[in-house]
Design a protein around this ligand. Structure first.
Ligand code: DX5
Ligand code: ZN
Length: 230
C-alpha cells in the first residue's frame, strides 16, 4: 500500500507580521499541517514564538498544528501549547530530564506526541518508548534556523527509523509518522520519501514562493507532483 504523504510548511519562514494570512494561504494551497518552530535562545541559538502566537494562529486554520519544541526545559510549556490549540507536540529527548514523563504529559494533554532527533543524536532514545510515540521527527539540519542545507547522512537514518517503525507495526504496535525537517525542497523530497519518510517539513521552500508566480499553490502542487512519482 502506498504511504500517504503529508506536507508541513514551517511558519519560521512566513511573514511574521501577517501570520494569519500566511497560514490561511498555505492551508488553501493544500498544506496538511502547520509546522510551528518554538526556539528559546537556550536549547538553540534563536528565539521565535510561543503559546500566545499558537493561540492567535489557531482560529485561522483547520489543519493540525505541529509544534516542534526546541526548548529546555520541556515539561513546563507542554500544557500551555495544548491549551493554545496544538495538535502534535514534539521535543528533543536530550532536552528533557524524563523523556517518558514528557511523552506521557503530551498525550495526557490531548495531543499526539513525538521525539525529535538532531543529525548527531543517536536513535537509542527510541528503545523503550515506541508505544508512547505518534510521530518521530528527524532533523536533516542542526536546529535553530531556516534555509540551511539538507545533511545527506540523514538518509540512512531515515531508513533505519523506517525499519524500526515497520517492525513495531508488524508486531501489533500503533502507527507512527516519520517526519523530516530541514533543507527539504522540491528537488530532494522524493529521495527523502523513498528513504521512508511520510511527513515533510518545508519552510523556505514553501514560504520562499511568496509573491512568485503561482505562489504557494504552485509550490505545493510541485511538491505533490514530486511525491507522486515515489
Ligand atoms: C529548524 C526548524 C525547521 C525550519 C526548516 O530548526 O526546525 O522547521 O523551519 O526550514 P527549511 O525548510 O528552510 O530548512
Ligand atoms: Zn522544525
Amino acid at each position: 500500500m502506498p504511504r500517504s504523504f503529508r506536507l508541513a510548511p514551517s511558519i519560521l519562514s512566513a511573514d511574521f507580521a501577517r501570520l494569519g494570512e500566511e497560514v490561511r494561504a498555505v492551508e488553501a494551497a493544500g498544506a496538511d499541517l502547520i509546522h510551528f518552530d518554538v526556539m528559546d535562545n537556550h536549547y538553540v541559538p534563536n528565539l521565535t514564538i510561543g503559546p500566545l502566537v499558537c493561540e492567535a494562529v489557531r482560529p485561522h486554520v483547520s489543519i493540525p498544528i505541529d509544534v516542534h519544541l526546541m526548548v529546555r526545559p520541556v515539561d513546563r510549556i507542554i500544557p500551555d501549547f495544548a491549551r493554545a490549540g496544538a495538535n502534535l507536540i514534539t521535543f528533543h529527548p536530550e532536552a528533557s530530564e524524563h523523556v517518558d514523563r514528557s511523552l506521557q504529559l503530551i498525550r495526557d494533554s490531548g495531543c499526539k506526541a513525538g521525539l525529535v532527533f538532531n543529525p548527531a543524536t543517536p536513535l537509542h532514545y527510541l528503545d523503550h518508548v515506541m508505544d508512547k510515540l505518534d510521530i518521530i521527527l528527524l532533523m536533516s539540519v542542526n536546529p535553530g534556523f531556516g534555509g540551511q542545507k539538507f545533511i545527506a547522512s540523514t538518509l540512512p537514518k531515515i531508513r533505519a527509523v523506517r525499519d524500526r517503525i515497520d517492525a513495531h507495526v508488524a508486531a501489533g504496535g500503533q502507527p507512527i509518522w516519520l517526519e523530516v525537517d530541514g533543507g527539504v525542497k522540491i528537488d530532494n523530497v522524493a529521495e527523502v520519501a523513498r528513504a521512508g519518510a511520510d511527513t515533510f517539513v518545508a519552510g523556505s521552500a514553501v514560504f520562499g514562493a511568496r509573491g512568485a508566480d503561482g505562489g504557494y499553490d504552485e509550490v505545493i502542487r510541485r511538491f505533490r507532483e514530486a511525491l507522486a512519482g515515489v
